[in-house]
Design a protein around this ligand. Sequence first.
Ligand SMILES: NC(=O)c1ccc[n+]([C@@H]2O[C@H](COP(=O)([O-])OP(=O)(O)OC[C@H]3O[C@@H](n4cnc5c(N)ncnc54)[C@H](O)[C@@H]3O)[C@@H](O)[C@H]2O)c1
Length: 334
Amino acid sequence: MRILLTGGTGYIGSHTAVELIKQGHEVEIVDNLRNSKASVLDRIEQIAGKKPKFYQADLLDTEKINQIFAETQFDLVIHFAGLKAVGESVEIPLEYYKNNIGGTISLLEAMRANNCKRIIFSSSATVYGIQESPEYVETMQTGPGISNPYGRTKYMIEEILKDFAVANPDFEVTILRYFNPVGAHPSGLIGDDPNGRPNNLMPIIMHVASGKIPYLSIFGDDYNTPDGTCIRDYIHVVDLAKGHVAAIKTLKPGVSIYNLGSGKGVSVKEMVAAFEKASGKPLPQQIAGRRAGDLDEFYANPAKAKAELDWQTELTIDDIMVDTLNYLKRENQQ
Ligand SMILES: NC(=O)c1ccc[n+]([C@@H]2O[C@H](COP(=O)([O-])OP(=O)(O)OC[C@H]3O[C@@H](n4cnc5c(N)ncnc54)[C@H](O)[C@@H]3O)[C@@H](O)[C@H]2O)c1
């Protein structure tokens, strides 16, 4: 297939580009490089043996996006492009709504105008908001309880895609709800390289390990969990990338939704212990107060992806830590 990845030079997009190229797909990338670097294209080539064609463009530039689709007939779009920092989305909500929702509408318009009818969308477990059960299933209601503008953009885009699919019944839409993507490619050549202040656990651990911040603040150790720290479902980014390859095989008219997670919850303290085991060094840390909006525990029910996509996670928390450290070591040598 000829596949356009929006946001394909970013963290998840670059890993997915590698897996798609390895499976023989033709990969092209559009990105405005707001949160990634063009040098990632060479890294993808080093790993997968082929450099994706690259368009530096903003999805909000409808004319330019339309031109890209007019020049090349894509079989599928995988739509990663978006702003993703939860804290930043609280500070600049309009920019998040404009970029994420406006960018998606612009993309869908260009696809419709140029007869490109398949899209896979990067959604997030955040759309589940607050649920009674910590085990999230695709059939659960989404929307209520989402605590930030970023999460609401994901929810709203899902709703837009559902409406769009009703109005255009021959469109094939797959929504992938990611749990917590972490880790890096085992080559150490690509990984998470967030610009600015990180506010997810693994990027913060990485910043502490490379001395950019003095210690990890653990936000609360009095949650209703065995060790008192929050429990999440962490997924190795290479497993996640392979989930996209699997999802291509089952695209069909209408909207299909899959959780991509491991199905296992891991606490903050367990993550820190696994990192310390991999690095052989203690990670400076302090217990800080709870953060507003954090839930005790949630994880994926990944049964639907297993049954329909024949996909499940294969890599462990230890793989995540080893690959993260390998990536950090290479980056710090640059
Ligand atoms: N990383 C996570 O923890 C996580 C979890 C759930 C969902 N997601 C979603 O997965 C997708 C990819 O995430 P990521 O971690 O790879 O993020 P990333 O920031 O590394 O990649 C996103 C890419 O999109 C580009 N981009 C943003 N707005 C754009 C625009 N208007 N036009 C063109 N390019 C634009 C950025 O430059 C970046 O390269 C995002 O939609 C994100 O919301 C990520």
